[in-house]
Design a protein around this ligand. Structure first.
Ligand code: PGA
Length: 262
């Protein structure tokens, strides 16, 4: 795991957008896994800006959404389809046929989830998966207890997630209780994973994710088994990490490795 600690939220978003741009330079038909939530908003803002300056182009880029509330139409303001459109997709030149997402109202859940997995595979897999982290350690909507090898499926939201999401709905009873989400096994097949966390209220989840045991009780800890994970955190979100100084030293000195080559 590469832990990158920056002083504030804007800096972690800038760093994440920079990584995405670098990878796009190597592969123009980059396959991106997109996350929703408050945290990734800054990445989308940065990427839109890079696009505006002609420093990234989405003609051949393909995107897959990580999750969706079950029961919401794609035009519902709280659906993830709506979030992606309003916060990112409508500002970049991404082709409609290259946008893949989980449906809030699929005809058949199991078939839909299986087809989604197959679509990801048919595009060669996800190159970069963007993730946030829940206070309970969830990634996507893989709540505590989710199998670390789970695939795209329906999940029941944990009570704390329902409570955290209540701020986005007029009435508490409108908050969806079910969702579709890529599984942890699905996420783990991405070639690179970028997890972002900001703020003190994420520090315990970040600590458990990076330095705690690998356990289904803290789904993000499963990422310790992935070879290419970047954990981008601001000072507050990194405040419970015990090896902070080491992570900072590694990041600041990573270019020195090549001084040791012949
Ligand atoms: P947040 O959500 O970015 O809105 O805090 C993160 C998550 O639940 O994955």
């Amino acid at each position: 795991m590469e832990v990158i600690i920056k002083s504030n939220y804007d800096e972690i978003c800038g760093e994440a957008a920079g990584i995405i741009q670098q990878e796009w330079q190597k592969k123009k038909n980059l396959v991106l896994g997109l996350a929703t939530g408050i945290t990734p908003l800054g990445i989308y803002r940065e990427i839109i800006e890079l696009h505006r300056k002609n420093e990234i182009d989405f003609t051949d880029v393909i995107v897959f959404s990580l999750d969706e509330y079950l029961g919401l139409e794609k035009d519902h303001p709280q659906s993830f389809a709506y979030y992606m459109k309003e916060n990112f997709l409508k500002y970049v030149n991404i082709k409609k046929e290259n946008i893949f997402r989980l449906e809030g109202k699929p005809a058949d859940i199991e078939t839909h989830c299986q087809e989604y997995e197959e679509k990801i595979k048919s595009h060669g897999g996800i190159d970069i998966q963007i993730l946030g982290i829940g206070r309970n350690g969830h990634i996507g909507f893989n709540e505590p207890g989710s199998s670390l090898s789970s695939r795209t499926r329906v999940k029941t939201l944990a009570e704390e997630t329902v409570n955290d999401n209540a701020r986005f709905f007029k009435n508490e009873q409108d908050v969806p209780r079910f969702c579709l989400t890529m599984g942890i096994g699905t996420v783990m097949e991405a070639k690179m994973i970028i997890l972002l966390a900001s703020g003190k209220n994420k520090s315990e989840a970040v600590f458990q994710c990076v330095e705690g045991p690998v356990t289904a009780s803290l789904p993000a800890s499963g990422l310790q088994l992935h070879p290419q994970v970047k954990i981008l955190v601001d000072e507050e979100a990194s405040s419970s990490l015990t090896r902070k100084e080491y992570y900072k030293w590694v990041f600041q000195n990573k270019d020195r490795v090549k001084d040791h080559l012949k």
